[in-house]
Design a protein around this ligand. Sequence first.
Ligand code: PXP
Length: 238
Amino acid sequence: MIKLGVNIDHIATIRNARGEYHPDPYNAAKFAIKCGADSITIHLREDRRHIKDEDLKTISLNKKIPLNLEIAANNSMVKIALQNNPNFICIVPERRKEITTEGGLNLKKNKKKIKQIVSIFNKKKIRTSLFINPNIQNIKLSKEVNANCVELHTGKISNKVKLKKKYKNELKQIIKCTKYAKSLGIEVHAGHGMDYKTAKILSQISEIKEFNIGHFIIGESIFFGLKKVLKNFKKILN
Ligand code: PXP
């Protein structure tokens, strides 16, 4: 079974637009799990533009919610992660001015730091993935820093599919990376920019074990409801 992780950052974005309490990301997390999500992803950004520390606290305290916490590779985020003990960690690059996570980690440049962080989470038995652009060098480096998993950034292929442009080269590259990662014992996930069509295309790659999808799910739920949208994704993925 391919797993579906639901990113609920944009529930918090809507809540924050009014600076009040509704819609509550915690309720969204519980409801998404009830509707068949396999895990919930939240990104605690350094500028706290959507998910807040209190959201992380309440969601992580409910052990019925398998939680994947996305964090930047720095000591203060590692400290917060350890205090909240999520089931999974995904290390992502972060730039304050970006609208969203625009690319994967620069593993070559930050190898030492990321290796040190991965080792902390490995010792705590927290499954850790690295958000990377799909290329062979990144997979090699992920192995060298002892990551359990990689999450391949699917933004490029997703954009091409949406714009009805040729995407076969991106697809080939993703397939090559997933096969290589599997041969090294690294579990492969996919995330960013996916909609029904991209999820369907990428679900044909049997090596990809988990899809993390956010913006499209929340947007589409405005029209059809979260329950229906998650049901559609579960059907597409399996
Ligand atoms: N995976 C990671 C690591 C992300 O940072 C994000 C959000 O940028 C997603 C998945 C979900 O992307 P989207 O909201 O475009 O579906």
